[in-house]
Design a protein around this ligand. Structure first.
Ligand SMILES: C=CC1=C(C)c2cc3[nH]c(cc4nc(cc5[nH]c(cc1n2)c(C)c5CCC(=O)O)C(CCC(=O)O)=C4C)c(C)c3C=C
Ligand code: FE2
Ligand code: FE2
Length: 372
């Protein structure tokens, strides 16, 4: 038995490829109770997500959460499930195609391979890394699609990458993109999408920036997520020239009994409607690079109902950047920026000539008795 794994075959004239692992959170395989139980077991069993010692958390997770939550979550997923599957997964697949296409156009001969890997569920990060290895990637750049760094998401993605690479014989050179919360391309794409939404649907009295929450304890223990969310919101407000008082930041998706980052999105929309008499509010979720349960169901459905039940008339959800070309272009610029110094990211290289040189050296290796 071998302890370490390898690419299935290697030939001496193989062009080294720059592998890009585009990662996101992941999603259940189906919107059913059983699939949700598997997914939530993996997700909520991750100590990066629930930072409580196992001996205390596991009895609650297995004894209570995995018995009660899966059917409720399955019902919520059924509301957003598309004919072809989970929105997060399907959008992710198209984002990866878009990134691959654009990189190919820019780098001409295209020594890039791009794969989607999900932290929980499928396609797994391990499988995506192995596919990159099969494509000949000797350098791998990891882009978690979380603009704001959090140990719960980005940190956990890096754990999964490290865990897989520990089993490889030929460990690739590795770079990980930690965050892009203040990247101009990302911010400009959001500004353009918000303006477009206003032009097509009218403009609300207030704009809410709603980010996924996390326990306040994580912030106090040094997680930079909260501060990066605030910076993104402030930079967007500046670029959109929003007057003070016309926008707010809030945090959604509370889970468990602990105090989470505040203000909570549900309480904010209720207060706006009930106490400030706001009739029309726009909500955008800049922390989500793809629409998913948390935006399509929690914001566009659940929070819209809270707003309307409390006197509001219209909560208008501004979609995530998803597959917009300006989003894809921003991600590609981030990739190329972080790949600087790596040969495959040099746009001035003549890749046909490189291939010729490789063929010549493979020929030499063959004459010396190498197999290929
Ligand atoms: C965008 C950043 C995210 C952070 C930060 C985050 C932290 C975090 N999440 C939970 C619990 C749940 N999140 C769930 C879904 C979910 N979360 C994110 C993103 C972040 N989570 C996304 C993109 C999604 C949607 C996935 C999809 O398939 O559409 C869920 C599962 C759904 C449910 O059962 O309600 C849970 C649970 C915690 C506890 C946490 C930080 C501690
Ligand atoms: Fe989450
Ligand atoms: Fe949620």
């Amino acid at each position: 038995m071998r302890l370490y794994s390898n690419k299935s075959s290697f030939s001496h004239d193989e062009m080294p490829v720059l592998g890009v692992l585009v990662a996101n959170l992941g999603t259940p395989d189906e919107p059913t109770t059983n699939a949700l139980r598997r997914y939530l077991r993996e997700f909520l069993g991750d100590p990066r997500v629930i930072e409580i010692p196992k001996w205390r958390w596991w009895p609650i997770l297995f004894g209570l959460v995995l018995r009660t939550r899966p059917p409720k979550s399955a019902a919520a997923y059924q509301q957003v499930w598309r004919e072809d599957g989970s929105p997060l997964l399907k959008i992710g697949e198209r984002q990866v195609e878009g990134i691959q296409r654009r990189l190919q156009e820019l780098a001409d001969a295209g020594p890039f391979a791009v794969e989607l890997g999900m932290r929980y569920g499928n396609p797994s990060i391990s499988a995506a890394l192995r596919r990159l290895r099969e494509a000949g990637a000797q350098r791998i750049l990891v882009l978690p699609l979380y603009p704001q760094y959090s140990a719960t998401t980005t940190g956990s993605t890096f754990d999964a990458v490290a865990k897989e690479l520990m089993r490889w014989r030929w460990v690739p050179e590795l770079r990980m993109i930690g965050q892009y919360h203040d990247d101009p391309g990302y911010l400009d794409a959001l500004v353009a999408s918000i303006r477009q939404h206003w032009a097509e649907n009218g403009r609300g009295e207030r704009l809410l920036f709603s980010f996924h929450g996390m326990p306040q304890r994580y912030l106090l223990n040094g997680d930079p997520y909260y501060c990066q969310c605030h910076k993104t919101a402030r930079l967007l407000a500046e670029r959109l020239e929003l007057p003070a008082g016309s926008w707010d930041i809030c945090f959604q998706s509370r889970f468990g009994k602990e105090e989470w980052l505040k203000p909570y999105t549900d309480e904010t929309v209720i207060t706006l409607a009930r106490e400030h008499g706001v009739k029309h509010v726009d909500v955008v979720c800049p922390g989500f690079s793809a629409d998913c349960l948390e935006t399509l169901e929690e914001i566009a459905e659940e929070n819209r109902e809270y707003f309307e039940e409390n006197g509001g008339e219209r909560l208008s959800y501004i979609p995530a950047l998803n597959c917009r070309q300006d989003h894809i272009d921003a991600l590609v610029r981030i990739i190329l920026h972080h790949a600087q110094g790596w040969p495959e990211a040099r746009l001035d290289r003549d890749w046909d000539q490189e291939q010729e040189l490789l063929r010549a050296s493979a020929q030499r290796a063959k004459q010396m008795g190498a197999e290929s």
